[in-house]
Design a binder for this molecule. Structure first.
Ligand code: ATP
Ligand code: MG
Length: 509
């Protein structure tokens, strides 16, 4: 693949790395990688889960050390001793993992370790809030600087990170999968901001698994595979198929999502019914039902109450009013444990913090909840248990040196796959999936969708929240759209299309 060296052949890159090598025990994460960012460009970084994207930008951002290679800023070689050092050199990294200090206020997060001080050397809070307000205003983010960061939605936390990057006067701003936590409207807003940053002459690096985004926002794209550089291309010179080939090294066909046709004659059997669910200030008057073998999609913008709703149904959050029926039986669910006993589970959105044991191995994470079942079936046959885990590792293409690797050391996307595997393997009746393919690469996304389809085919009932419109359209038998805590519309597969989903999710009636 031809390597394009520059967008503007004569300009020195703002940032350049050459021959970067990074080794972890058993994993060569980066193998002589080159990458550069020029002024006024968006240089996308792409690659499957575990390809080395985050490792590369953490090295660029001064968080990780490199084993070999050099970093140049404006053509001059630099050696970063810390993230702070990289920041001082004009590099801001917006991490894949969200904030370190959720209890500190928005302003404190923006001015971490560089708060304005009073004459007596105390933090000057009023000045800090004022300055934070100014940076937030520039990106039109209506956020109170005094709010604890952790109280904001992930989308708004992203905006705070952008304000922080601006306040650092960063010349190179690196986004590690920002869209993983945004929906379409918020993403449009982010793209507007990125475009204006670009016009100001800054260089942007953008990591995403969504190819449409790369084509919309990018000027160039660099692809990594297994830690190696596959190539750098001008976006306008390539198409989606070329990019997919670079990413996975072969062509893949996205199944168009032909749904396994339901037998028309077969009687429909309703499995889960919810009636009049209310949670004050969060959602109101929610009614829906799901049949055996059906996939019900829930679409809505961040803040529409989707995640809160499903969390309340499975007993993770309180419910003020309403009834839940399993078949015809009214049930009371006070905790996720109750839900599982009834055969209902939720694979949560924030999988890393809810349901992943970072210190445990890949195998333990996958098999933990199914262990009882497996023990019974296999008489504690460890070989069989390992076999069960390795089926998922293969199917979902989990990149790991082995089943015993601690999950902590997997890449972001591969951690996601591990948690998902755990839920997919449970033998239950009703599955709630909150953003099941978020942060997962093109090849494996399709595998996960197939696993979900397979569950439905086995007669399970699925309720799936997804912010990816093509995904929800292709997978769902029916879709309910939420806006501001209410269901504003229910659409059959045939009625639903992109325009309708967007309109109803924005409150159009
Ligand atoms: N601290 C670590 N110890 C051991 N291996 C690691 C460590 N950090 C990352 N790795 C490995 O390095 C490789 C590259 O990981 P990286 O996080 O850079 O991938 P990525 O391209 O960002 O993937 P994703 O799309 O899933 O976020 C992976 O195989 C990962 O398991
Ligand atoms: Mg990553």
């Amino acid at each position: 693949m031809a390597v394009v060296n520059s967008v503007r052949p004569n300009s020195t890159p703002l940032l350049e790395v050459r021959g970067i090598v990074k080794n972890y025990p058993g994993v060569l994460a980066l193998d002589r990688v080159h990458f550069d960012v020029r002024c006024s460009e968006v240089h996308c970084l792409a690659g499957e889960n575990g390809a080395g994207k985050s490792t590369l930008i953490e090295i660029i951002g001064g968080s990780y050390s490199k084993d070999e290679g050099i970093i140049l800023i404006d053509g001059n070689e630099v050696e970063f001793s810390s993230p702070k050092h990289a920041q001082e050199m004009g590099i801001a990294v917006l991490h894949q993992d969200l904030p370190v200090l959720p209890f500190l206020s928005v302003a404190e997060n923006i001015f971490l370790a560089r708060q304005p001080k009073t004459k007596l050397g105390f933090v000057n809070y009023s000045e800090m809030y004022k300055r934070a307000r100014r940076w937030l205003d520039i990106i039109q983010a209506d956020i109170n600087p005094q709010t604890p960061l952790g109280n904001l939605s992930m989308a708004r936390q992203q905006l705070v990170s952008i304000a922080k990057a601006l306040s650092l006067e960063a010349r190179v701003i690196i986004f590690d999968e920002p869209s993983a936590v945004l929906t379409s409207v918020e993403l449009e807003r982010l793209f507007e901001i990125i475009n204006s940053l670009k016009q100001e002459g800054r260089g942007i690096t953008y990591i995403s698994h969504r190819l449409e985004e790369i084509f919309e926002i990018g000027d160039r794209v660099t692809v990594l595979r297994n830690g190696r550089l596959v190539g750098t291309e001008l976006i306008r010179k390539i198409n989606k198929d070329t990019l997919i080939k670079m990413l996975v090294g072969r062509e893949i066909v996205e199944t168009t999502g032909e749904v396994i046709k339901k037998d028309k004659g077969k009687k429909r059997e309703t499995v889960l019914t919810v009636k009049g669910l209310n949670r004050s200030g969060v959602f109101k008057d929610i009614d829906f039902k799901v049949d055996r073998g059906e996939i019900l999609g829930i679409y809505g913008l961040v803040g529409s109450g989707r995640t809160e709703l499903v969390r309340s149904i499975i007993g993770a959050d309180p419910l003020d009013e309403g009834e839940i029926y399993l078949y015809d039986q009214k049930v009371k669910i006070s905790s996720p444990k109750d839900a599982i006993k009834l055969g209902i589970c939720l694979a949560p959105e924030d999988r890393k913090r809810q349901g992943l044991f970072l210190g445990k191995s890949v195998q333990e994470n996958i098999t933990l909840p199914s262990l009882k079942k497996l023990k019974r079936a296999c008489f504690l046959n460890y070989k069989k248990i390992a076999g069960y885990a390795s089926v998922f590792v293969k199917k979902m293409k989990i990149v790991t040196p082995g089943l015993s690797q601690k999950v902590r050391f997997l890449s972001g996307g591969n951690q996601q796959k591990v948690v998902l595997a755990k839920w997919l393997g449970m033998n239950l009746k009703v599955f709630f999936f909150d953003e099941p393919t978020r942060g997962i690469d093109v090849g494996a996304k399709e595998e996960i969708r197939n696993l979900i389809r397979e569950l439905a085919h086995q007669g399970k009932s699925i309720i799936m929240i997804s912010s990816e419109i093509p995904e929800i359209l292709r997978l769902s038998d029916r879709i309910v759209v939420m806006y501001s805590g209410r269901i504003t519309k229910e659409l059959s597969r045939d009625e639903a299309n992109k325009e309708k989903l967007i309109a109803y999710s924005m409150g159009v009636t």
